[in-house]
Every structure is written in structure tokens, then in C-alpha cells.
Design a protein around this ligand. Structure first.
Ligand code: ZN
Length: 458
């Protein structure tokens, strides 16, 4: 018996059998609300994500902050005790909550003790159904949103944004290409009517997904049908078509950041051509490969940059893949040359098979330990909703295994078929230039003084 128990412990019987991350219990309530339930390792806790399908990108540039405003307004309170009373209720249940608006969705994020899961879900439902807000609440939410965006949008900031001085290199390129709004949308003019219309049209059961991971209550499905099943659906609205590339951008630009300093950043950005198959995984692997290639080339071989890196970001309907390096201001040209040579070599010779296989295998192995714990797993499902169908999420490890060296090389050739966009970020003046300018100024003064003396003497 004891032997059996030992074998069981060693082989991992019972609850410690590996959790199949890609499988969930998923179904639609009759009102269209999508429910995803997953028993997690930590049984005394639940992670809840309520994802509402409305975000910044669903609005034109002058109204983009609308969903963010509503998100804040929904914490105004459900009765006379207001915002504070609402927070007290959540505290009393031992839970914590927050909400986030992104380009694609608005999501309520809750961590709570498993024993109170139904009460916490009740409270969230009350927030959706019973929150009342008025003009004062709206003004208050506007101030908060402005502060989160870095304070009141002054005329100077607006001007700087238009001059492209306020954006990071990739944001700024996205603005040039027409993929991103040139400036923040002004919240001051937004009205209660606009916010209420947004709530009515988009905060509907058939535009929401409820994800719950952790120590699930046995009665949860029946409870959800009784409670969340009462939310009203609406006739589904058309979501706004994402912006595509509509403008030409310059191949190379220098962006001024601050006044004085010897550091600089080099960014080389490429639009990701859409692949027919395995788009995400293929570019993911390419990005990892390029990370390594940059490190080897710019740090180990040339010693130009301590931590060069590659990145992927999406703007509108497009993806940008970037090669980046932190540098000394006077090494920018060398670094650009080295990066150019690397790109050229990859264009010509393709990826090294051994390095590609090593990096691909590391990426596959990584999938076994990322997204550990209820909270990370719930976040993973939230981020991967696009790949969900019939109780299954795409298994990322399996998808990575499907990307062959040939696939990656083909994507690489398409990616580097265009010359890309080079952006150098640096302060207006380096210290050497400052010293040069001071010396020049002193020289001019001396010359003037001499000339003046000579004229008096003559
Ligand atoms: Zn906010």
C-alpha cells in the first residue's frame, strides 16, 4: 500500500496530472454570452475576466477615449454609497478588481477567494446592470482619464504630438503610415448621451465573454444561467474596420528626443506582409531569431550595443517588426551599417538551420512553463480568444512545431523584400557638439573683440 502510494506520488497520480491548457469548458448562454470555465491548480482562488468586445479602435480618432471613459464610469457606484461603497463591498469579499481598455476590448479583471466567487460575480453583474452616473461623475472620469494620459492635454503637447515629437519610434511611424491617430482624442467634449449610447449598444450579453479559472464552484453553471443569463442581448453592431496603411512614410528620419545627451536609439522597422498560413507563429519565431542575430552581431561581434532587441507590435490592421539598438550617439552610423549588413546577409542566405531549430525548440519548451497559475492562465485565454473554438484554444506549442525552416525563410524573404523604415532617436545636442558650440561662441566673441579693438586703434 505504502509502495503504491509512493509510486503514485512519483508518477503524479490524481490532481497533479498535467493540466491541458488548451482545453476548457466553453459554451454560449441562450442570450449569447460566451462562458469559458477552467479548473485551475489553485483551488482556493478564482481569476475572473469579463471581456467586452469594444475598444479604442472601434472609434474614429476624435472619439477614441469613449470606451475608456465608460470603463471608469462603471466604477461610480451602484447605490447611494457611491464609488467608496462599491470598493468596500469588494474588499469585504476579499477580492480585488480593475479594468482595462485596449485597442480591441474593455476587460474587467478580478481576483477573488473561491469561497466568494458567486458573490463577487453578483457584484460584477450589479455593476453592469445598476451603475448610475451623472454629469458630475462624467466630469470626474474625464479628469482621471486625462491624468492617466499624462495630465491635461496642453496646447504644447498637442503641438508636439502633431510634430511627431511625442511618440515612440514605432508609434510615430504608425502615425505616418495612417495606422494610428496623430493625437489623443479630446475627452472634454464627450457627453453623457455618447457614453450611454456606447453602453446600450456594446455592453450586451452577446458581445461579452466571461472567463473563470481556478477552484470552480460545482453550482457555477446553473448560477451563471440564472444570473448572467438575464443580461439583455442586442442586435449585433458592425465593428469598425481597422485602419490600413494609407500614407507613404519616409525611409529614414531622425527624431529629436530631449535637448542634451550622448545616447541614441536606432530602430529599423518593417511592415509584416500577411502570410496565408501560421502568420503569428512564423513571425514570432522570426522575431526570436532576429533577437539572437542582433545580440550576436551588435553586442558580441561589434560591441556597439549592450542590449539590442527585436520586437513586434500591431497598429490598425498591420503588424510592425522592428530591429532596435541602444547606442552611443557617435556610433549610430556604424550600427546602421552593421544592421544593414545583417539584413542583407539574411536576405541572401536565409536563416541558419541549426540556430533556427535551437530557437524553435526553446520557444516550444517555453510554452510548458509560461502561463502558470490561475491568473496567468485567465490572462492567456483573454489574449487568445481569437484562437478559441468548440472548447479548445489553439495549442501554441503544436503551432510552433508546424513552422518549418522553409516557412520561416519564405516569411523572411517577404519581410525584407521592402527596404523598411529607419528611425534614429537622439537628443538635439550631444556633449561634444555642445562643447563645440561653446568654443565657437567664445571664438566669435574673441574675433569681434579683436575687430573692435583694431577699429578703435586705427
Ligand atoms: Zn483608465
Amino acid at each position: 500500500m505504502r509502495f503504491l502510494l509512493l509510486v503514485c506520488l512519483l508518477l503524479g497520480c490524481g490532481s497533479s496530472v498535467a493540466l491541458d491548457r488548451s482545453r476548457v469548458e466553453g459554451y454560449l448562454l441562450p442570450n449569447g454570452l460566451q462562458v469559458l470555465l477552467k479548473p485551475g491548480y489553485e483551488r482556493d482562488h478564482v481569476s475572473i475576466r469579463l471581456v467586452v468586445g469594444i475598444g479604442f479602435d472601434d472609434f474614429p480618432c476624435d472619439q477614441q477615449e469613449l470606451p475608456h471613459l465608460l470603463e471608469h464610469l462603471l466604477f461610480s457606484g451602484i447605490d447611494d454609497s457611491g464609488e467608496g461603497g462599491l470598493e468596500e463591498r469588494m474588499q469585504a469579499l476579499g477580492g480585488e478588481w480593475n479594468a482595462y481598455t485596449s485597442s480591441a476590448d474593455t476587460t474587467f479583471v478580478i481576483e477573488a477567494p473561491a469561497r466568494n466567487q458567486r458573490k463577487v460575480l453578483d457584484l460584477l453583474l450589479a455593476v453592469l446592470n445598476d451603475t448610475q452616473f451623472d454629469q458630475d461623475d462624467l466630469d470626474n472620469a474625464k479628469r482621471i482619464v486625462e491624468r492617466e494620459d499624462g495630465g491635461h492635454y496642453t496646447r504644447l503637447q498637442r503641438w508636439l504630438d502633431r510634430q511627431d515629437l511625442g511618440h515612440g519610434a514605432s508609434d510615430q511611424l504608425a502615425v505616418e503610415l495612417g495606422l494610428k491617430c496623430a493625437e489623443r482624442s479630446p475627452v472634454q467634449d464627450m457627453t453623457l448621451a455618447q457614453v450611454n449610447a456606447l453602453r446600450e449598444h456594446w455592453y450586451a450579453s452577446n458581445n461579452m465573454t466571461l472567463i473563470i479559472v481556478g477552484g470552480l464552484d460545482k453550482l457555477l453553471p446553473a448560477y451563471l444561467e440564472r444570473s448572467y443569463g438575464e443580461l439583455e442581448p442586442v442586435a449585433p453592431g458592425e465593428r469598425r474596420v481597422l485602419d490600413g496603411v494609407s500614407h507613404e512614410a519616409e525611409h529614414q528620419r531622425v527624431l529629436t528626443r530631449g535637448w542634451l545627451g550622448n545616447s541614441a536609439r536606432l530602430h529599423w522597422l518593417f511592415l509584416e506582409p500577411v502570410l496565408d498560413d501560421k502568420h503569428e507563429q512564423t513571425y514570432d519565431l522570426l522575431q526570436r531569431y532576429l533577437d539572437w542575430a542582433l545580440y550576436r552581431e551588435l553586442r558580441l561581434k561589434e560591441g556597439l550595443s549592450y542590449g539590442p532587441w527585436s520586437g513586434r507590435e500591431s497598429f490598425g490592421d498591420s503588424g510592425l517588426l522592428s530591429l532596435n539598438a541602444d547606442l552611443d550617439r557617435n556610433r549610430v552610423e556604424d550600427a546602421q551599417q552593421a544592421m544593414g549588413a545583417l539584413i542583407e546577409r539574411l536576405r541572401k542566405d536565409g536563416l541558419e538551420p541549426v540556430a533556427f531549430e535551437r530557437i524553435r525548440q526553446a520557444a516550444i519548451d517555453r510554452e510548458a512553463w509560461t502561463s502558470q497559475g490561475n491568473s496567468a492562465l485567465a490572462d492567456y485565454y483573454w489574449g487568445a480568444l481569437n484562437s478559441y473554438a468548440d472548447g479548445r484554444f489553439d495549442d501554441p506549442a503544436r503551432r510552433l512545431r508546424q513552422v518549418s525552416l522553409e516557412d520561416a525563410n519564405q516569411a523572411l524573404r517577404q519581410l525584407f523584400a521592402e527596404p523598411g523604415y529607419v528611425r534614429v532617436e537622439r537628443p538635439l545636442l550631444g556633449y561634444d557638439e555642445l562643447v563645440g558650440l561653446i568654443a565657437l561662441g567664445v571664438g566669435v566673441l574673441l574675433a569681434l573683440g579683436l575687430a573692435w579693438k583694431r577699429r578703435r586703434g586705427s
